[in-house]
Ligand binder design. Sequence first.
Ligand code: UFG
Length: 336
Amino acid sequence: MQVLVTGGTGYIGSHTIVELINHGYDVVCVDDFSNSKPIVLDNLKKITGKDINFYELNVCDKEKLRKVFKENKIDAVIHFAGFKAVGESVAKPLMYYRNNLDSTITLLEVMNEFKVKKIVFSSSATVYGDPEILPIPETAKLHTTNPYGSTKLYIEEILKDVYISDNDYSIAILRYFNPIGAHPSGLLGEDPSDIPNNLMPYIVKVANHELPHLNVFGNDYDTKDGTGVRDYIHVIDLALGHISALEYIDKHKGIDYYNLGTGKGYSVLEMVSAFSDVNKVSVPYRITARRDGDIATCYADTKKAKEILHWEAKYDLNEMVESAYNFAKKNSDKNE
Ligand code: UFG
């Protein structure tokens, strides 16, 4: 089976390509390097021993995308490509709507033209907004609080309408919780070029003395220690969730939604102490004001993915924080 991976050199895309190859799939990767680097392709080869069949393109470019479908016999698509920074989406909403919706519609048009009707879509727990029920089931009310989240929700709606128009489609929508961690080789990981928005890459930079301290955004939430609680999942578990979803949609037509999380919630301070204890480094922090748009608590009800996809997260928190720091150390060595 040949799988097209859009956004394949990104953080989650690259880990998924490793697992696809490990599971015997042929991979075609496309990316425009808007938030990743070409070195990822070399590192994928080092890990898998395979040359990656790669096309540099933006998924909004229909002609270039058509060429990929003409030159390869694509059976299914995993669609990661998209902008993902919440704050930036608030400042530049049109850029987010244009890119994330246009790329998905273009991809779906080209898939339709080439009669490719299997797709796994990279959605997010952000579609649950401030959740009313914990752990959050897939049936929870959907609403979003920023343009990035809205693009995920609208794409879910587009996919639903595509399925309604043609019941031959097989569509899995995966709602990710908070992916962290890295490949054990230290060759793949999350590598933001700017000051990180997310907790784990920020902690890593503080531990590496690239930033002076972590700002903990509020300690007056209604949680165990007052700081925000999230469901952190190892990126390799997340990647394996895509393999399970692909196996499932290969045999079942329809559209369905799955949470990919661990079902466990950890607070910001628990993350800081796990990181310091496991990696034997200090992570100085200061409590600051709440960040706009943040919620207190978010963790997944994982039953559905377990029952239907036969998938569940296996890695624990120690493995997540250890691999995240291992990647950072290896990559800061290279930069010296
Ligand atoms: N946090 C800090 N300091 C920081 C960064 C984060 O205290 O410097 C806290 C946040 O307040 C929150 C927790 O750490 O309590 C996690 O924050 P992240 O920014 O790492 O993750 P979020 O849960 O806010 O958002 C992530 C993704 C979104 C996605 C969302 C879906 O960034 O893209 O999960 O659940 F939409």
